[in-house]
Design a protein around this ligand. Structure first.
Ligand SMILES: [Zn+2]
Length: 257
């Protein structure tokens, strides 16, 4: 299988759009983190080809919190070792340059923040934290891991004894901060989609809102997406390659080293 090269003309078009935008946002999915070694849940090698998605549903969690946490603990070893890649760093740099105002992500890995992005909306929550289902208190995940590794499975709240749940959105739960995401999308005149198949709703409404308000849609993804028909530019190559080239193109045009 040959690696797809990024199309230089498309990179230039994307740079034009972002440089001329007054309020651009990024919208990211699993594809931005695959180069960090985090498997894409829905892709061909995805986790849901190996395990039933039922394991990540709120119903399963409520019925089998112990089994859920044992499975989650096993997965966390890989996920926590992951480091941001070139694409995450490029997005963070575009935010520092004022080109991108915010990142709306479907990912729960925390790699945007680790790369230096500051305005990040995590629609599907974060695996860096757990939350008490009874009182809502949150705990950093390393504290929770200690509880599990010392034999408290499921881990419990120090305050009220309630069961802790990863602060990620499980199947059957509503997404987080969607109102804020919608508000941002509606005020944006460009969206840079990176590594999402745009097949999961309501998250995929973000580029649709931008388009409906007359904004431009750039899609960087290895595979065709469900919303290619609304895209102004489609770049089909690796997120890290595309973002490295795009960042360089923007810097060259603006005369930034
Ligand atoms: Zn509690």
């Amino acid at each position: 299988m040959s690696e797809k090269q990024c199309n230089t003309e498309d990179i230039k078009k994307a740079a034009d759009i972002l440089i001329n935008a007054h309020h651009a946002i990024a919208f990211t999915g699993a594809g931005i983190s695959t180069e960090s070694g985090i498997p894409d849940f829905r892709g061909p090698q995805g986790l849901w080809k190996q395990y039933s998605p039922e394991l990540a549903s709120i119903d399963y969690f409520l019925q089998h919190p112990k089994e859920f946490w044992l499975f989650y603990r096993m997965r966390m070893s890989t996920l926590f070792a992951a480091k941001p890649n070139r694409a995450h760093y490029a997005v963070a740099e575009l935010e520092k340059m004022g080109i991108i105002k915010a990142v709306i992500t479907q990912n729960v890995d925390g790699l945007h923040q680790a790369a230096g992005s500051s305005n990040v909306i995590e629609l599907h929550g974060t695996m860096r934290r757990a939350v008490c289902l009874a009182c809502g208190r949150t705990y950093p995940m390393d504290v929770v891991i200690k509880k599990i590794d010392s034999g408290q499975i499921p881990p419990l709240c120090d305050e009220c004894g309630g069961i802790l749940k990863p602060d990620t959105v499980l199947f059957g739960e509503p997404v987080k901060d969607f109102d804020r995401a919608r508000e941002l999308a509606l005020m944006s005149d460009a969206v840079l989609v990176i590594g999402s198949s745009l097949s999961v709703y309501p998250a995929a409404y973000v580029p649709i809102f931008v388009k409906e308000m007359g904004g431009k849609v750039i899609i960087i993804n290895m595979e065709p997406t469900e919303l290619d028909y609304i895209a102004d530019v489609i770049i089909q190559c690796k997120a890290g390659d595309a973002m490295t080239l795009l960042l360089k193109e923007i810097k060259d045009r603006l005369g930034i080293q």
